[in-house]
Ligand binder design. Structure first.
Ligand code: PRP
Ligand code: ZN
Length: 304
């Protein structure tokens, strides 16, 4: 049986982004992992009602620090922030106390160098002697060092995209997702220096057995949620003689279940979990090799 979930010290804390590209996905992920929560008056804490887990809503840049300081055992944040903090701590001789537990399938974006329209860019060496505005000075510094480029890093806390127009910088180094911010600011992406997506981080500091157990359960559930997204359950009728061809057409499926169909004839029912999306084209191909009564169902939960 689970330990009582009211004991404060036994409750896990997970930090997620308060408002931004990761917020909705992260809360949705926790709900899909079975967490029911009530939101505190200040809206900054979600108290878990059926798990010993509370979710703190904070600025994404603060998430690694909260894990570092052992305020939270877990955090969901972009690789961009994780890497920037790791390098910042290392530069100060501080050992980073956050570890990547698993990657998540959302929050995909990239950290790129972008130049104003009209800037003559001929490769990384064109950045030599330029002022580069960014909120990621450590990742940028590493990139410049790796390419033996001497340039000035202008560290800003936001609104990087307007720095060239304000005359504060010549080029920028910022996150790009859809590219619409760059487009709106007449900037052109010229180099990608880091690929990013959301990840779960955890403290490397040992936690109680009960907490460790919940971290593990949560990780397994997250894996399950991510797997299920693309998975489909497919059912069809088929002549037994065409089973080999049908098996080959089922996308990403393990051995299907074959059930004989009642009545005369050699028809069977095939049930399979496909770990990829099932497209209309696949169904059409299955029909061509004799399948009928095709049904494709979403999969809600899955545990290996
Ligand atoms: C980034 C970046 C741009 C925007 C780019 O900010 O600074 O403003 O996203 O996205 P787009 O290519 O889709 O237009 P973010 O939302 O991550 O905010 P933050 O840096 O303040 O956390
Ligand atoms: Zn941020």
């Amino acid at each position: 049986m689970d330990k009582p979930i009211n004991d404060k010290a036994a409750r896990l804390k997970l930090a997620i982004q308060k408002s931004g590209r990761l917020t909705d996905h992260s809360l949705d992920l926790m709900s899909k992992c079975g967490l029911k929560y009530s939101r505190g008056k200040d809206q900054l804490i979600c108290y878990g009602e059926n798990m010993p887990l509370d979710v703190l809503l904070v600025r994404d840049d603060d998430i690694p620090d909260l894990v570092q300081q052992d305020v939270c055992e877990l955090g969901i944040v972009g690789l961009n922030v994780i890497e920037e903090k790791r390098l910042a701590f290392e530069a100060k001789g501080i050992k980073p106390l956050f570890e990547q537990l698993m990657l998540l399938d959302y929050g995909k974006c990239r950290l790129s160098i972008a130049v104003p329209d009209g800037f003559e860019y001929k490769g990384p060496q064109s950045l030599a002697g330029k002022r580069i505005a960014t909120t990621y000075p450590n990742i940028l510094a590493r990139y410049l060092a790796d390419h033996s480029i001497e340039a000035e890093i202008v560290t800003l806390s936001g609104a990087v995209e307007i720095a060239p127009r304000l005359g504060r910088a010549d080029v920028i180094c910022d996150l790009v997702s859809t590219g619409s911010t760059l487009l709106a600011n007449h900037l052109k992406e010229v180099e990608t220096i880091l690929l990013s997506q959301a990840a779960v981080i955890r403290t490397p500091v040992p936690v109680s057995e009960a907490k460790q157990d919940w971290i593990h359960r949560l990780a397994v559930r997250i894996e399950g949620v991510q797997q299920v997204k693309e998975s489909k359950y497919i059912m069809l009728h088929a002549p037994r003689s065409r089973l080999d061809e049908i098996r080959k057409l089922l996308p990403g499926s393990e051995s299907p279940t074959i059930i004989p169909l009642d009545g005369p004839g050699d028809k069977v029912v095939v049930h399979a979990v496909c770990r990829e999306n099932v497209f209309w084209e696949t169904l059409e191909s299955l029909k061509k090799v004799g399948a009928s009564s095709l049904l494709v169902l979403p999969v809600e939960k899955m545990l290996p």
